[in-house]
Design a protein around this ligand. Structure first.
Ligand SMILES: Nc1nc2c(c(=O)[nH]1)N[C@H]1C(S)=C(S)[C@@H](COP(=O)(O)OP(=O)(O)OC[C@H]3O[C@@H](n4cnc5c(=O)[nH]c(N)nc54)[C@H](O)[C@@H]3O)O[C@H]1N2
Ligand SMILES: Nc1nc2c(c(=O)[nH]1)N[C@H]1C(S)=C(S)[C@@H](COP(=O)(O)OP(=O)(O)OC[C@H]3O[C@@H](n4cnc5c(=O)[nH]c(N)nc54)[C@H](O)[C@@H]3O)O[C@H]1N2
Ligand code: SF4
Ligand SMILES: [Mo]
Length: 734
């Protein structure tokens, strides 16, 4: 669909003229970042898909990106990139880009293009009216781990301090919440301790619920560069690409990880295969833990996980024999009804064996989105900007002073989590929702529910690159956003490395960077005075830098974007005293961020799976990433012809050969999969990579979350996407 552009003239705009609005069409070129232009008109940036944060060379013609290649000098990827990275420019030119604000004037009506001026007027007038009538708790936003740190900080501060609202969350709840809470409770700060060199320096790598071959292919390439002939252990119910490449694969029963990890701890402690001096000097809670895990006998663990006794002992022995053991986890752990404690069970194994703070060791949560780490520290959502504590008066004072705002502008009330916001909508307490760079109508657990809730809202605003996403299609107002490649700022990758992204394309039509959209909103809302110094992303970076002073994530040693760019990214912490260039892993001195500097050993009794298979729904459904060419809800990757050739167009389901035979399901035939919440039709991929009684659906197909069961981790409120009961019916060839 081609959109007619509204009659928009700069003269009609009474607000501040952002850099992007001033620039005339055709005046392409780089944004505000002082770029490291190579002689052949190539500049550098980092990839905006996954948290690996690969460095890319962008090749320019007349100041506009025409192609890109992997950066061989960037310390993360050393010249490698996955298909998404190579194709990163293509989705920017898609025909369904949102090119002007769009407004649905009445329910059931169509979306019309409007000027930014009108969009801002409607946005502010509606939200102010709702706030006036129903109070500041009647509005919420849901944002993302896929915009820049400066944008996240702007949004969080604008919304809470400037506009005076309380409730907000982000898609990192779907993804990293369990790791975030686990680290905070165990280490005293949300701080993944590793550096990517640890992939190469371990002699035992344990991957739990992680499939890096598909989800983090370049991290996996770093594992392949390991010259220590490492043992690679994979704990995953499926025989994934990563499991196939491992030296030991433990296909445990889904959601039996906690029992397995406590069982391993029991063996290690009972056999004396632990680092007692480290435990005594640097941890608390060991005695209680040692007592607790005695319940996890070999018999019990084998019965509950499905592993054989010699497998369990081999696993424990490999950890004990390793000099440098690293534990890595991703969504198979975090997305669980007991994700926080499972992550902590891995942290405990690293602590009791002294595998932390040395090369090739660590309890290492791999993040997902390009800036999941940025949203955890600077989203101003669950913690106060920069990892500060909103309930601590000293922290509030510090942040208020640096921002130059009144301390009372900082709300002390904590925000509701994603699922609680949705419940608030259902119960009529939340009337307006602002969705930024996430597509919950596809990605939220049991999204039938999400979609019916959107209808209950008085006002839904969606700020996205595309007007066609499942969520945008339901919006009352669409704010057209520039994407990666069309704006400047920083991202923080999985190893805490800050990287710079640059504007190398002009956004289409009147789409603006999220940063500029927040500036316009601040102006239109009438709180722009509070953000007087927030003129450019780099100026905001300088403010954020000051906020980190004295915190574990301090990066006051970074001068500016140019310094980050020239260094090939800089990991936090980085103060004026930090030697430049060095890789940094945390806890080398055994001092953690808790008040007594000791790590906490935390544990709980395992709980049963919330919806186990039964007679009516006899199969267990697992979900996750399907291919390295599909990104989540496919709004970006689905726009590349090259990527589309690399994955099946239709939803497919992996089902075991024995089950397929028993049910009369032929390869590629259609099957109906039903849960208590919905159903879908998929093509059968008959395989032995899944276990009998289990099936796997890739999350990239919009119908998948019709089926999932909304269960949440108690501590992190992260959804448990990876386990629910389903039934399968063959439909034959269609
Ligand atoms: N190509 C591509 N790459 C991506 C993404 C993408 O969409 N596409 N998304 C990015 C994001 S945001 C994230 S969070 C990461 C996710 O990265 P990963 O977590 O590695 O990917 P998933 O496939 O979601 O889940 C990993 C594995 O968990 C297993 N699993 C399921 N249940 C259990 C269980 O009970 N126990 C154990 N031990 N394992 C279990 C699944 O079988 C699956 O193989 O990927 C990032 N990278
Ligand atoms: N069943 C199942 N469901 C899952 C998962 C699973 O394993 N199984 N995994 C979960 C996980 S870990 C995650 S992280 C979520 C991801 O779920 P989502 O966040 O919903 O997925 P995305 O497709 O990445 O959505 C990002 C949106 O932002 C838009 N966008 C991209 N860049 C920009 C930008 O710069 N500015 C703006 N304004 N918009 C932009 C894109 O067009 C897209 O619409 O899915 C979760 N859902
Ligand atoms: S591995 Fe991740 S960061 Fe690297 S090119 Fe692929 S999507 Fe981009
Ligand atoms: Mo994620």
């Amino acid at each position: 669909m081609k959109l007619a552009l509204p009659d928009f003239t700069l003269r009609s705009w009474k607000g501040p003229l952002t850099e992007e609005l001033i620039r005339h069409p055709g005046e392409f070129g780089l944004g505000q970042v002082p770029v490291r232009i190579k002689p052949d008109a190539t500049t550098t940036t980092v990839c905006g898909y996954c948290s690996t944060g690969c460095g890319l060379n962008v090749h320019l013609k007349d100041g506009e990106a025409i192609n890109l290649s992997a950066d061989s000098e960037y310390p993360v990827n050393l010249g490698m990139a996955c298909p998404k990275g190579w194709e990163a420019l293509t989705p920017l030119s898609a025909p369904d880009r949102a090119v002007a604000p769009m407004l649905r004037r009445q329910r059931g009506g169509k979306l019309d293009s409007v000027s930014w001026e009108e969009a801002m007027e409607v946005f502010c007038q509606k939200l102010k009216a709702i706030k006036e009538e129903h109070g500041p708790e009647s509005v919420a936003f849901l944002s993302t781990g896929q915009i820049t740190t400066e944008e996240m900080a702007y949004l969080g501060c604008l919304y809470k301090f400037g506009m005076g609202f309380v409730h907000c969350d982000s898609n990192t709840r779907q993804c990293m919440a369990s790791a975030h809470v686990a680290y905070k409770q165990s280490f005293g700060f949300d701080a993944p301790p590793f550096t990517y060199a640890d992939f190469e320096e371990s002699d035992v790598l344990v991957f739990v619920g992680a499939n890096p071959c598909i989800a983090h292919p370049i991290m996996w390439q770093r594992v392949m560069r390991n010259r220590r002939n490492p043992e690679i252990i994979v704990v995953d119910p499926r025989k994934t690409e990563t499991a196939m490449a491992a030296t030991q694969h433990y296909p445990i029963r889904p959601k039996s990880d906690l029992v397995l990890l406590y069982g391993l701890a029991n063996i290690l402690i009972a056999s004396g295969w632990i680092d007692r001096p480290f435990i005594d000097a640097h941890t608390t809670g060991f005695r209680e833990f040692a007592e607790f895990v005695t319940k996890f006998t070999t018999e019990r663990v084998c019965q509950e996980t499905g592993l054989a006794a010699d497998e369990l002992w081999r696993f424990a022995r490999t950890i004990a024999d390793g000099k440098r053991v690293s534990f890595w986890w991703t969504m198979g752990v975090n997305q669980s009804h007991e994700g926080t404690r499972t992550a902590q069970a891995l942290i405990n194994l690293a602590l009791i064996t002294g595998n932390i703070g040395r090369p090739g060791t660590g309890a290492n949560s791999i993040t997902g989105q390009c800036n999941a780490m940025g949203s955890r520290v600077f989203g101003n959502i669950t913690s106060l900007l920069g990892g500060h504590d909103v309930s601590d008066p000293a922290d509030r004072r510090k942040v208020a002073t640096i921002l130059g705002i009144d301390e009372n502008a900082i709300p002390q009330q904590s925000s509701m989590a994603y699922d609680q916001i949705l419940r608030g909508i259902d119960e009529g307490r939340i009337k307006a929702l602002w969705v930024i760079a996430t597509n919950g109508a596809h990605s939220w657990i049991n999204h039938n529910d999400f979609n019916s809730l959107l209808d209950k809202l008085d006002f839904l605003v969606v700020q996205d690159m595309y007007h066609t996403t499942e969520t945008a299609q339901r919006a009352d107002l669409i704010l057209p956003a520039a994407g990666w490649g069309e704006k400047d700022g920083t991202l923080i990758n999985s190893e805490r490395r800050i990287g710079v992204i640059k504007k190398v394309r002009r956004a289409p039509g009147q789409a603006l960077s999220d940063f500029s959209i927040f500036q316009l909103i601040a102006h239109s809302w009438g709180c722009s005075e509070m953000f007087e110094r927030w003129q450019t992303p780099e100026k905001v970076f300088q403010i954020l830098k000051e906020i980190t002073r004295g915190k574990p994530c301090e990066f006051t040693g970074i001068e500016d974007y140019r310094m980050i760019d020239q260094a090939g990214g800089i990991q936090w912490p980085f103060t004026a005293d930090t030697p430049p260039g060095a890789e940094r892993r945390l806890f080398e001195d055994g001092r953690f961020f808790t008040p007594d500097h000791r790590a906490r050993i935390l544990f709980d009794e395992p709980a049963p799976m919330p919806e186990a298979p039964d007679i009516d729904y006899p199969f267990l459904l697992l979900t996750g990433r399907g291919t390295s060419s599909q990104w989540h809800t496919n709004t970006r990757t689905g726009k590349s012809d090259v990527l589309r050739k690399l994955y099946p167009a239709e939803c497919y389901v992996e089902i075991h050969v024995d089950d397929a035979r028993r049910l009369g399901i032929a390869r590629h035939s259609s099957v109906r999969i039903a849960s208590r919440r919905g159903e879908l039709v998929a093509k059968a991929a008959v395989t032995s990579t899944v276990q009998p009684g289990q099936i796997f659906l890739p999350m990239h197909y919009r119908e998948v979350n019709r089926l999932t069961f909304p269960a949440f981790d108690t501590y992190s409120r992260q959804p448990s996407y990876k386990a629910c009961a389903v039934a399968i019916t063959p439909l034959g060839r269609q």
